[in-house]
Design a protein around this ligand. Structure first.
Ligand code: CP
Length: 312
């Protein structure tokens, strides 16, 4: 695996290999081994043009647990503010020894451009590009679903996953739909019509405007953050009305299958798309998603920089 840009690029076997590798690495580090050696001498750069808590810190933790050197670059406070381009920034980082660049950028397609432009020779991981994709989020979500619904092995064939909220602006939803379908799950998308993207009917998911209906028979629900920073118009009358129609409360959780889990990629708008009662309930795996993100990102970096390339 040279780059990870989109979950649409992953076959079922490639996705399963990443999830299985994450499982093995989680077991190894969980048994008190501490740091593992495979990326000793390699350098991973976190190149973040947009804010992040979970993704940036977990890539840093993942790289360090594999003994890589890590450079954290935030566009704020850098020469980007003087007009330096993505190309020149990446060339500068590669000149300092970057073997892989983990890129978060506000422009959809930025990671593809960096990977396919020929500017740099190293690997590129898409850590979120605009409203396009966030592949490692979908992989950690699949890992979490597999642990709870499938005893941590195989695929997600037959599972029903309901994704709710601001699908229009969500790179998390796009990456999840691709990957969940590749792993055999049934995917339901729920949102007001204004927050569904043009062409969503071609994604291979059931589309609904009614949350309660889409929760009946579901094995998991993924709540999406309302991305007000990307909204340049009024997509719903009021936050209160949105919350009434599309917010997850305990009564709605009770509509799902027994043992169903509640997910959110974070950061959450508590009281908007999810109540605190549900976010902090035993059915919520939101904090576990963060923990699993480190193992999954270790697997991606390992397979990209230190593992057997022929197997992915
Ligand atoms: N889920 C996610 O991408 O969170 P951050 O924006 O904090 O990285």
């Amino acid at each position: 695996m040279k780059h990870l840009l989109s979950t649409a690029d992953l076959t079922r076997d490639e996705a399963i290999l990443i999830l299985d590798t994450a499982n093995q690495l989680a077991q190894a580090t969980g048994q008190g081994v501490g740091k593992l050696p495979p990326l000793r001498g390699r350098t991973v750069v976190n190149l973040f043009y947009e804010d992040s808590t979970r993704t940036r810190i977990s890539f840093e933790a993942a790289a360090k647990r594999l003994s890589a050197d890590v450079i954290n670059f935030a566009a704020k406070g850098s020469s980007v503010s003087k007009g330096e381009s993505l190309k020149d920034t990446a060339l500068t980082l590669e000149a300092m020894g970057a073997d892989a660049i983990v890129l978060r950028h506000g422009s959809s397609g930025a990671a593809h451009t960096l990977a396919n432009s020929g500017w740099i020779s190293g690997s590129v991981v898409n850590a979120g590009d605009g409203t396009h994709e966030h592949p490692t989020q979908a992989l950690l979500d699949a890992y979490t679903l597999r642990r709870h619904l499938r005893d941590g092995a195989g695929d997600l064939a037959g599972a029903t996953i309901t994704i709710v909220g601001d699908i229009l602006h969500s790179r998390v939803a796009r990456s999840n739909v691709h990957l969940l379908k590749t792993l055999g799950a049934n995917v339901r998308l729920v949102a007001p019509p204004t927050l569904l993207p043009f062409g969503v009917d071609t994604w291979g998911a059931e589309v609904s405007y009614t949350l309660d209906d889409a929760l009946v028979g579901a094995d998991a629900v993924m709540m999406l953050r309302i991305q007000q920073e990307r909204m340049n118009a009024a997509y719903f009358p009021t936050i209160h009305e949105y919350s009434q129609r599309y917010g997850l409360n305990q009564a709605r959780v009770n509509l799902m299958n027994q043992g169903a889990i509640v997910m959110h990629a974070g950061p959450m708008n508590r009281g908007v798309e999810i109540t605190s009662e549900v976010a902090d309930s035993p059915q919520s795996v939101i904090v576990e998603q963060v923990t699993n993100g480190v193992s999954v990102r270790m697997a991606v970096l390992y397979l990209m920089l230190g593992g057997n390339e022929a197997t992915v």
